[in-house]
Design a protein around this ligand. Structure first.
Ligand code: CU
Length: 456
């Protein structure tokens, strides 16, 4: 594959007027298409000191002057256009998690584009076909870049407008920092070979144990995103009247949240919360641990009602009758973990193959080749005792069933494959390209648990 660098000296000269604080400007710098609405951003990635531990600064990296990054918004059917400007000390890219984009917009280095070097920019532009809660992050040196804060929410509003009067975006991330706010190792080999390296400091929207003030009596949409490298949050809201409206951006028939929902790295959940009477407090938790306090404040508004279910996204329905079944085994490869000089640790493998993040040619050897337009069933088998949030780029898939739990079929881009679980998912191979298929525990991905699937 050959690429053209988009570095333009004239463009770089123009950067002098764009400060980090002014990153969120919406201007039509690419020329406005005739018949489409656009949502335009200049998004600068740059070092940014943040106060995660009171009285101490952490040398984070942020998008648009914040970490987690600036919330980007588009509308279903419109174009999203982001000029990504790299002011980091190293190369980077942006991948749009869950968005079905053409390959050249997918942000995978050496597969969809060259890395964007320090001082360069890259114009991402694509139509956002699906509504829902998505996110964005680099696909380069991921443990460190995501670990330092390069993660951000991307919200695509429903084409017909939202059924909700109120909403909040809640981004979860834990940070690899010590008591002085200094970064600790983003990846420790002995942890990478197990559940992945955890950060010690849990935050919601970059703050520890924040208080969310919500209008009493109203139904509020809570878009909860797991932007963490490692942690699966066991999400619960005790004593709350709360329903699930969408999983990973895809609407479901609303149902109660229940005891808890396991939100793996990269996954999102859209909840509808009926806020209790003014003065009451609720606790949003990870298992028994508080993530945030929800405080009900007087709203002066008439009591809200549950909105209708969200409209489904235009994802092709797989034809199970004609579908071919492919098996993918996710295995621990500890015996293969000794590494040659210069190659990465290989603790994990898919169908006997470990991805090497230092080998730029891995994507030239896809693990499966799908025919465009045909339906496929993937049988996902977890041979290990650690869970893997399995993510596919380029296409969404439908979860059909599991040998470990009852599943109401739903569309998603990330499925949390539990320990020793076998699940069946299906898709229509309708997006030509070479697509990453990987675990979203970043440590697992960077030590083997990634593959390429081509659609031709
Ligand atoms: Cu994994």
């Amino acid at each position: 594959m050959s690429f053209t660098r988009r570095q333009v000296l004239a463009g770089l000269a123009g950067l002098g007027v764009v400060g980090v604080g002014a990153a969120a400007g919406a201007r039509y710098w690419l020329g406005k298409p005739l018949f489409a609405d656009t949502h335009d951003y200049e998004l600068i990635a740059a070092p940014l000191d943040v106060e995660l531990v009171p009285g101490h600064l952490t040398p984070a990296w942020g998008y648009g002057g914040q970490a987690p990054g600036l919330e980007l918004r588009s509308r279903q059917g419109d174009w999203l256009r982001v000029r990504f400007i790299n002011h980091l000390p190293e190369p980077s890219t942006i991948h749009w998690h869950g968005i079905r984009v053409p390959l050249e917009m997918d942000g995978v280095p050496y597969v969809s584009q060259l890395p964007v070097l320090p001082g360069e920019y890259f114009d991402y532009r694509f139509r956002t076909e699906d509504a829902g809660t998505f996110w964005y992050h680099p696909h380069t040196t991921s443990a460190e870049q995501l670990g330092r804060g390069l993660v951000g929410p991307l919200i695509v509003e429903e084409a017909g407008g939202s059924a909700f009067l109120h909403e909040r975006t809640l981004s979860l991330k834990s940070w690899h920092v010590d008591e002085q706010g200094a970064f600790t190792d983003f990846s420790v080999p002995r942890e990478a070979a197990r559940e992945g390296t955890r950060g010690r400091l849990t935050t919601l929207n970059g703050a520890r144990l924040p208080v969310l003030e919500l209008p009493a009596g109203q139904v509020v949409r809570l878009r909860v995103l797991n932007l963490d490298n490692t942690v699966t949050y066991r999400l619960n809201l005790p004593e709350a009247d709360v329903r699930i409206y969408a999983l990973d951006a895809n609407p479901i028939a609303p149902r109660p949240l229940g005891k808890e929902y396991w939100l793996g790295p990269g996954m999102r959940i859209d909840l509808a919360l009926r806020v209790p009477e003014a003065g009451r407090e609720l606790s949003l938790r990870n298992g028994p641990l508080r993530l945030a306090t929800v405080r009900s404040v007087p709203s002066g508004l008439a009591a809200g009602d549950w909105p209708a279910p969200l409209p489904r996204n235009p994802i092709a329905e797989p034809d199970l009758e004609s579908a071919e079944t492919l098996s993918f085994n996710f295995e621990w490869a500890g015996a293969l973990s000794s590494t040659a000089e210069g190659s990465a640790f290989k603790f994990w493998q898919i169908n006997g193959q470990a991805w090497d993040i230092n080998d730029k040619t891995c994507a030239d050897r896809p693990i499966a080749s799908l025919r465009k337009g045909r339906s496929y069933i993937f049988e996902l088998r977890n041979m290990a005792q650690y869970q893997h949030p399995i993510h596919l780029h380029g296409m969404s898939f439908k979860v059909l069933g599991s040998n470990r739990r009852k599943i109401v079929p739903y569309f998603t881009d990330t499925f949390l494959l539990g320990k020793n679980e076998t699940a069946r998912v299906a898709l229509v191979a309708d997006n030509p390209g070479v697509w990453m298929f990987h675990c979203h525990v970043i440590d697992h991905m960077e030590t083997g648990l990634m593959a390429a699937i081509e659609v031709v």
